[in-house]
Design a protein around this ligand. Structure first.
Ligand code: FNR
Length: 182
């Protein structure tokens, strides 16, 4: 079986550490897994008035989620929560009511920040939202990564200081998705 994973990066920044983390960790998965970072930067601000006529970018996002067997959220932390761009994307694909694209897709949550708590608060808020959206989310191991030099190599791989930890996380994630994918 092949597993397609929709990766949602909670940062639009050009040199986003979270995008680098998403790229590096994807390389640690077995060949039966493929990872695709979905675009959320061109989504309009969510407006319930548009539920009956969703923008093309919203339809594209929903199709990418629906066509995947699993989800990977790699999020920054803004002011002790998830960035608005991520929440906006989550809200879009959860609607219209009764057509929640996220439902039932097994997920993992990780993140990196410059702060010592390593996105812990953002991830906890995100888990709360995912629980409501009926997304079964890997509980352990948790991955709260603090930015340091040499976390990533020039070729975008995980550096020696973090590679074993990320591999351990990925192994659990792969088992989780394999068990729960429908
Ligand atoms: C931050 N940052 C931050 N870091 C953190 O650990 N906890 C926090 O609550 C916040 N709050 C916050 C708010 C806003 C508006 C910005 C712009 C930044 C710092 C953050 O970790 C840093 O900018 C990371 O580089 C963001 O991730 P990306 O964009 O590199 O993926």
């Amino acid at each position: 079986t092949q597993y397609k994973i929709a990766v949602v990066v909670g940062s639009l920044r050009r040199d986003s550490l979270n995008r680098k983390l998403a790229t590096a960790i994807a390389k640690l998965a077995p060949p039966t897994f493929s990872f695709h970072q979905v675009e959320i930067g061109d989504l309009p601000l969510y407006n319930q008035d548009d539920d009956g006529n969703q923008a093309p970018a919203v339809k594209r996002l929903k199709a990418e989620i629906s066509g995947s067997q699993g989800l990977l959220f790699v999020t920054a932390e803004y002011n002790r929560s998830m960035p608005g761009v991520l929440k906006n994307a989550i809200d879009h694909a959860s609607r219209p009511y009764g057509h929640n694209a996220w439902a039932g897709k097994p997920a993992g949550v990780i993140g990196i920040s410059v702060g010592s708590l390593g996105t812990a608060m953002a991830q906890q808020h995100l888990r709360n939202v995912l629980a409501y959206l009926d997304v079964p989310t890997l509980g352990q191991p948790e991955a709260f990564v603090q930015a340091k030099a040499d976390l990533f190599t020039a070729s975008g791989d995980a550096g020696d200081g973090i590679k074993a930890f990320l591999q351990g996380w990925m192994d659990k994630y792969v088992a989780w998705v394999t068990r729960l994918a429908v």
